[in-house]
Design a protein around this ligand. Sequence first.
Ligand code: NAD
Length: 473
Amino acid sequence: MALEYDVVVLGGGTGGYVTAIRASQLGLKVAIVEQGKLGGTCLHNGCIPSKALLRSAEVFKQTKEAEQFGILTENTSLNFVKVQERKEGIINQLHKGVQGLMKKGKIDVFEGFGRILGPSIFSPTAGTISVERNDGEENTIIIPKNVIIATGSKPKSLPGLELDGQYVMSSDHALHMEELPESILIVGGGVIGIEWASMLADFGVDVTVVEYMDRILPTEDEDVAKEAQKLLKKKGIHFVTGAKVMPDSLQKEGNIEIQAELNGENKTFSADRMLVSVGRTPNVEQIGLENTDIEVENGAIKTNQFYQTKESHIYAIGDVIGGMQLAHVASHEGIVAIEHIANEEPLPINYDHVSSCIYSNPEMASVGLTEQHAKDQGYNVKVGKFPFQAVGKALVHGESDGFVKVIADEETEDLLGMHMIGPHVTDMISEAGLAQVLDATPWEIAHSIHPHPTLSEVIGEAALAVEGKQIHG
Ligand code: NAD
């Protein structure tokens, strides 16, 4: 039986289901095809579970250090089974929420693997979807006017390095660990590597991070990455940078042993487990792209600024198109795509206005250009920096490491970027994001009076520091 829709969304992750909700709000007849669970990577294997574990790690560490607040706790110990149960509880609650939203929006959900067919008896253009159903029943054929590919990404490994899920794990595997190892080697000091390093160190695991580049977090502002390495080192994490891991040298016998080339010499690393966090690769395989004219470049689907592929009625959004692989980016790309389909004339996304966050302890957050990127683009920059140490609320909070750095254009005074490391910065970055959207100057940011005492005062002071006019420093 063939079914007809205005839009079919391939993939029910954050990008896909948000797109379907907006489609329904716009009065379109919409369906989602999802092979796993609604909510996708973010809800089941990414943002939400990792943040739940990070929060448990934070509470564990804080409880052990509660004496500084005058609270005596003895024999603090960890029940990792309960930690995992709490994580699963949060996922289940949110999963039910997403299922409820689908019902509310009258969005049909097809459980199975969707493949795009070429021109056929069903349609003269490519885009009919054949769903290989999870229940083993005959394939369902869906004929949509438009398709949105939102199939996401999966963890990458190094060539020749098999992720066995037990000794050599991806972040997907690590989320389901039943017990913590005593030691772990993390290959890749990017966002995932650093969040896991921080979490596991706070849980008491001996962590070593091996990074190929000459510093961790190579895409972050250099000052922030340096501060992060310093603060994470303080909690006992070992960092090895400029190291090229050699997959062929891997040995697994009760623990793992692997060599990396470091300053022209081979160095051996051993640990109970290994986590590989060297990036994620778009899910472009087996979804029928070969039946279409859709172009793939560097492993990602190529689109225009409204997310149309070479087949103008087939769109692609989120991790599958590469770029900023973030859940909030995927959902906004989906909204732009569906509004374009509905002739709502959406504005293209300005990626310099997108905030990104790292949920380690300390947290990091940023929007816009780093100092180096701004200079590389030819800007003469003015920089203001202000430490949490001089903010009363940070001392009250018991977390006063870190700073906010504001980068402005010397000629126009415009804000070019803001970079933060310290307590609750992932909840504070949206002020900088709004300032970017409104094209604000640091002067305007500082003249939005920040309440006292709050952590956000650090933003006002950092904005004033661009002109050397900070009050408390
Ligand atoms: P990443 O690109 O952020 O970092 C990968 C790191 O691995 C880089 O530092 C890179 O230099 C290093 N690397 C590459 N090859 C290596 C090698 N052979 N040996 C040692 N190091 C090597 O990728 P990721 O951390 O895996 O994250 C994947 C994606 O998921 C990113 O786009 C990230 O933004 C996203 N993500 C975001 C969040 C968040 O928003 N908080 C959380 C998790 C993941």
